[in-house]
Write a protein that binds this ligand. Structure first.
Ligand code: PLP
Length: 341
């Protein structure tokens, strides 16, 4: 299989059309058998539920080449389960887990030429998504849906080393109390865009969203969960019902406890206690962990002792261990790595 001739280290995080994508249609109460197709365009009725009432959920995961040349995905079963849960939250039919896993495998195999080589730091980003394709005019769930999987190669998240980012405490809320914050639906991201652009216009990399009920506790950024490190070298991560349950966070917690012997506590984290922590990071599929150098709360700077130059030592250890597991340099827990080729 001849690889595409791309400058893998410099392809950035943009959409590049690849050869094949997967689609399955839901109609008359069931999913059809699904197929790989070449056409990257979707034709829908003007009154499709996705356009009118935003019934859409999605996932994000990566395929990459490991040290021994295999092509693998990382815990795709967790994405399958989270997507089923997201679908239930928007009254959409869940796409079965085994079929999700098979669809992702098919798309990766069919686009093998686009899977970046080991050592490039690049990967094949996979985007499973599902939306209401049936027409609706009254406010109700549609009765037809499409489940699709597309993929696009993306460059290394950190080029030239991981530089700590600066984050501002947002005046906006990302999610409503008892709303949809815990599910991965496009609607949550649509409403985080204005807040995100406001943060960028003020010179920050990301927002820190607070709990929408009391605005006293830390929730997450627009696309990643928080991790903090205490003076004793323990990890603390926010607990809240309106946070998206990050698969990376779950994996880092396991790595901390079982590989590194670090105690992890999941609990509500107050904005007022941030100054007590020595390190901060945000975690997600895109970067695994990005170090955070400072959080700014309306002019008040909270600077973490790890500074603005490099990752702190605990976050670095977590990052190195999890990326080592992903790349096949460190033995993975049972079931974490799905070998596709
Ligand atoms: C709002 C939000 N939080 C957290 C995450 C991190 O989740 P994961 O580690 O599963 O990528 C993401 C990215 O998917 C996200 O969009």
């Amino acid at each position: 299989m001849e690889k595409k001739n791309l400058d893998w280290e410099n392809i950035g995080f943009v959409y590049r059309e690849t050869d094949k994508r997967y689609v399955s249609h839901y109609k008359d109460g069931q999913w059809d058998e699904g197929a790989l197709i070449s056409d990257s365009n979707i034709v829908l009725n003007e009154c499709a539920g996705i356009f009118q009432y935003c019934q859409e959920v999605f996932e994000g995961l990566k395929a990459y080449t490991t040290e021994d040349g295999s092509i693998v995905t990382f815990r795709p079963d967790q994405n399958a389960e989270r997507m089923m849960n997201s679908a239930v939250g928007l009254e959409m039919p869940a796409f079965p887990k085994e079929r999700f896993l098979d669809a992702v495998d098919q798309v990766v195999r069919a686009n093998e030429a686009w899977v970046p080589p080991y050592g490039s730091g690049a990967s094949l980003y996979i985007r499973p998504y599902m939306f209401a394709s049936g027409s609706v005019i009254g406010v109700k769930p549609a009765d037809e849906y499409q489940f699709r999987v597309l993929c696009t190669p993306v460059g290394p998240y950190f080029k030239g080393g991981a530089k700590p980012i600066s984050i501002c405490v947002s005046d906006f809320d990302r999610a409503a109390p008892r709303g949809t914050g815990h599910i991965k639906a496009g609607l949550n991201y649509a409403m985080s865009m204005h807040a995100g652009m406001e943060a960028h216009r003020k010179g920050f990399d990301e927002n820190m969203f607070l709990d929408p009920g009391s605005r006293r506790y830390v929730e997450e950024t627009g696309g990643a969960n928080f991790l903090f490190v205490t003076k004793d070298g323990e990890v603390v991560t926010p607990k809240s019902d309106s946070i998206l349950p990050s698969i990376t966070r779950r994996s880092l917690i396991y790595v901390a406890e079982h590989y590194l012997g670090i105690k992890v506590t999941e609990r509500p984290v107050e904005l007022a206690e941030l100054g007590d922590f020595t390190e901060c990071g945000v975690c997600g599929t895109a970067a695994v962990v990005s170090p955070v150098g400072k959080v700014v709360d309306h002019g008040k700077e909270i600077c973490f002792p790890s500074g603005m130059e490099k990752m702190g030592p605990v976050i670095q250890k977590l990052y190195d261990t999890l990326t080592g597991i992903q790349m096949g340099r460190i033995e993975a827990p049972e079931g974490w790595i799905r070998k596709i080729k």
